[in-house]
Design a protein around this ligand. Structure first.
Ligand SMILES: *Cc1c(COP(=O)(O)O)cnc(C)c1O
Length: 403
């Protein structure tokens, strides 16, 4: 419980990298009696959601929906193309790349991991080297994370496609866009991505519980050549259902369908290009503030080069326990919750208390980002954490369109 003398009462702000802020329109759309699942409005709404999800992923191909979180979609995507003993190449740039590789191992696949550490993007030359060395084309898929939410690095997916093409390697390009879809520019078809994995609780602004696997005809051909695919994860019927229940392999995710409908109305009402631009501008405001704070004391952004930073999540650190002190003060005193650092130090190691992350994905606007930054400024003052000055005016200039 927060003490009544604090400034925590009022609408709270969960600024973690998912689940993200849920728009009132989404909450209201989900607040309804259970709909019929055998016909009527829900069927029509589901069809419209499928079409509009594909517009967000910029694909004209198929999507399979799962009543699962992102981990479920990871497994679903892999289960359709990997048999035990198959080999996948995983260029990893943080905790999530490692997590997807672990999922592949759980299915009996062999993983060749290239670990680029916790604050760097893919080195495409090293990926090319690994593909060229695979003269027998054993590598069946490359598992890439577009934005690794732990490090907040944004990887070059079109570049990865070029590398595969230059090496004339037939491996599928599979991309985890859970943290980037509807935040950072992503063009599934134009970029030559074969499989895209996403979930509903980040840029799509819906409570966790639904996830998506988009797949193109190349990926479908690989799936169709599989000796066996688990019935539940099989994307075939979900992507081209003959009966309504096949969309979900059982009872529909009724309220999620309505929530998604409202979220997709927001996204397409604004326009996906405008959504990407908003995220970019808000991210630039955050970086401007962080760079000013970093002029004194120990405030550091995890990704040094702005061109390599996500527009949806920012990983940062202070020193010693100050990251955790700051987070705790903000949630206890002013109703603002930041994300914990993820995978930056071994579990239980006090070094992890230096790290934290800002989530700025989905339903966020200029005044919310100014409040986020103002809150952090107050938290550093309250905790006597040394920092440079001028952060809020630097961010305000970006919001004002002057920087
Ligand atoms: C959040 C996230 C996941 C995991 O999603 P869950 O819904 O927590 O299972 C995987 N990959 C990335 C890039 C993510 O941001």
């Amino acid at each position: 419980m927060t003490h009544p003398s604090t400034l925590a009462q009022g609408r709270s702000y969960l600024a973690i990298p998912g689940p993200s802020v849920i728009p009132d329109a989404v909450l209201q759309a989900m607040h309804r009696a259970a709909p019929n699942i055998y016909g009527g409005e829900l069927v029509e709404v589901t069809h419209s959601v499928v079409a509009d999800l594909k517009r967000v992923a910029r694909t004209r191909h198929k999507v399979a929906m799962y009543l699962a979180n992102g981990h479920g979609a990871w497994e679903a995507a892999l289960a359709n193309v990997l048999s035990p003993g198959d080999l996948v190449l995983v260029p990893a740039t943080g905790r999530f790349g490692m997590g997807w590789a672990d999922m592949a191992q759980g299915l009996g696949a062999e993983t060749q991991i290239i670990d680029f550490g916790k604050s760097s993007p893919f080195d495409l030359d090293r990926v090319a080297e690994a593909l060229r060395a695979d003269t027998g084309h054993r590598i069946k898929a490359v598992l890439a994370t577009h934005v690794d939410t732990s490090s907040s690095v944004r990887n070059d997916i079109p570049g990865l496609r070029r590398v595969l093409d230059d090496c004339a390697h037939p491996a599928l390009l599979m991309v985890d866009c859970i943290a980037s879809l509807a935040c950072d520019r992503f063009e599934m078809d134009d970029w030559g991505v074969d499989v895209t994995v996403a979930a509903c609780q980040k840029g799509l602004m819906v409570p966790p519980g639904m996830s998506f696997v988009f797949f193109n005809p190349r990926a479908e051909a690989v799936r169709n050549a599989m000796p066996r695919v688990s019935r539940y994860w099989d994307w075939g019927p979900r992507g081209a259902p003959a009966e309504y229940y096949q969309h979900f392999g059982g009872t529909a995710g009724t309220h999620h369908v309505y929530g998604l409908r409202a979220a997709l109305d927001l996204i397409h009402g604004e326009g996906i290009e405008a959504v990407w631009t908003r995220h970019e501008t808000l991210a630039r405001a955050i970086w401007a503030a962080c760079e000013a704070w970093g002029q004194e004391g120990d405030f550091h952004l995890n990704i040094a080069d702005p061109a390599l930073r996500s527009h949806a999540v920012t990983a940062a650190r202070l020193s010693g326990p100050d990251g955790t002190r700051l987070r705790n003060w903000l949630s206890d005193n002013i109703g603002l919750t930041l994300g914990i650092g993820l995978g930056m130090a071994p579990a239980g190691d006090p070094a992890g208390d230096a790290f934290f992350r800002l989530g700025h994905m989905g339903h966020v606007n200029g005044q919310m980002i100014m409040a986020l930054l103002g809150g952090i400024e107050a938290g550093m003052a309250a905790n006597d954490i040394a920092h440079g000055s001028g952060a809020l005016s630097a961010a305000a200039r970006v919001i004002a369109g002057k920087a």
